[in-house]
Design a protein around this ligand. Structure first.
Ligand code: CU
Length: 54
């Protein structure tokens, strides 16, 4: 799986059952869509959300 926040130029691979850490220092506030950018099977189309930076 992948975690991609294109507006913040951040992405990483995600491996199921393994903890993944991602450090980021946003330089702007707002709502930034994220999504899985690697086709990973059933439910892939629903792997998205919004990262809120305040
Ligand atoms: Cu996926």
């Amino acid at each position: 799986m992948g975690f991609n926040v294109p507006d913040l130029k951040v992405r990483t691979d995600i491996i199921p059952n393994i903890k993944t850490r991602l450090a980021l220092m946003p330089d702007k506030v707002g709502e930034f869509p994220f999504y899985c950018d690697i086709f990973c099977g059933s439910g892939h189309e629903d792997m998205s959300g919004v990262l809120i930076v305040t």
